[in-house]
Ligand binder design. Sequence first.
Ligand code: IMP
Length: 187
Amino acid sequence: MLRKGPAEQDIKEVLYSAEDIRLRVTSLADTIVMDYQDKEQAPILIAVLMGSVHFFSDLMRAIGTRMHVEPDFMVVKSYDGTHSSGTVKILIDLRASVADRDVIVVEDIVDTGSTMKSILDILGNRHPSSIRTCVLLDKPSTRQIEVPIDYVGFEVPNLFVVGYGLDYNEAYRQLPFIGVLKEEIYL
Ligand code: IMP
């Protein structure tokens, strides 16, 4: 979708600045390193794209030299505009087998929980040794399906947020911060 003018003018409020995000991602990486550094095999870190694109890459770099991780990618589609469609489509699947491996699913946001539930069901059927979830944003007030969240960046209220990978109809993913989209953009 083509839009004119700076993307920033569509943002009502910045919730988390680039620096807030950097500090939080570093702390999540520290916790993951503590939890996995003594394991025999490197965990498979699964980016659920597109939304986790920046989060995943920053998390990997924050883990850095401290331990090994094996990155893999899944592209799923679950949202139509600002509403969860309730159905998840896998557009691109993982390259590697997760059987007998420790897996960490890295997602941008858990809203109703249906996307994460579907992903966990799909991966669970492939018999990994363990699955944990690492989520940048948690919107607990809109949850319809309970899903385990093992590592969480920030809890957000029931607002439509964009930036740092999160989109509205494929726009705003490039913003370095997480902000609330002005309502007139989508109403
Ligand atoms: P759920 O299935 O309802 O939990 O929705 C999860 C997916 O919806 C996420 O992976 C996002 O792609 C998208 N999503 C949920 N809330 C927002 C939001 O506030 N902004 C942008 N995308 C969102």
